[in-house]
Design a protein. Structure first.
Length: 150
C-alpha cells in the first residue's frame, strides 16, 4: 500500500510503502483462506481509524497531531472485490450473484430494476456475523449457500 497524501515522486520510496502481506501461490486463496490473509491488515487499519495514530510532530504540527487511516478506494478486479467484501464468486453461487440487490439470478423475466429489493449494509453485516460465529463448517456452508455471503 502507498500513501497518496505524499508527493507523487515519493509514493513508492521503500520507506513509504506498507507491505500488507504476500499471498502465496500457485493459486489464489479460497474464500475461507482470504479472511486469514486480510486479518492482519484489517486489524492495523482498524487501529489506524479508531483511536487513530498520534504523531509526535510533523512539519506543520510541531506539537504533534492525531491522524486516521482508511483504504479508499480498494482497487482490484471484480473477482477480488467480491472475495474481499465476503460475497460469493460469480458463477459459484446460482441466483445470489449481485452485490447490490437480492434479485434471484434465475429470474430473468423481471427487468423492472425498481422492483428489485436492494441489499442493505445492516443485512450484510448480520449475515457475515452469523457465518463467522457459526459453530460448525456445515452451518457456515448452509449460510453461504442461502445468502451468498460469508
Amino acid at each position: 500500500m502507498i500513501c497518496n497524501n505524499l508527493p507523487v515522486h515519493s509514493h513508492y520510496s521503500i520507506e513509504n510503502v506498507y507491505l500488507a502481506g504476500i499471498i502465496p501461490g500457485p493459486k489464489e486463496p479460497s474464500h475461507d483462506q482470504i479472511n486469514h490473509v486480510l486479518s492482519p491488515l484489517v486489524d492495523d487499519l482498524l487501529k489506524g481509524w479508531s483511536p487513530g495514530l498520534q504523531l509526535t510532530r510533523t512539519a506543520l504540527h510541531p506539537l504533534g497531531c492525531l491522524v486516521r487511516c482508511a483504504v479508499i478506494p480498494l482497487v482490484c478486479d471484480m473477482l477480488a472485490a467480491r472475495k474481499t467484501a465476503g460475497f460469493a464468486g460469480l458463477g459459484s453461487h446460482p441466483g445470489k450473484y449481485c452485490a447490490f440487490c437480492l434479485q434471484d439470478g434465475w429470474n430473468t423475466a423481471n427487468v423492472d430494476v425498481s422492483s428489485w429489493r436492494r441489499r442493505t449494509w445492516q443485512e450484510h453485516v448480520a449475515i457475515a456475523t452469523l457465518w463467522k460465529n457459526a459453530a460448525t463448517e456445515g452451518i457456515r456452508q448452509q449460510i453461504y449457500t442461502t445468502f451468498g455471503i460469508r
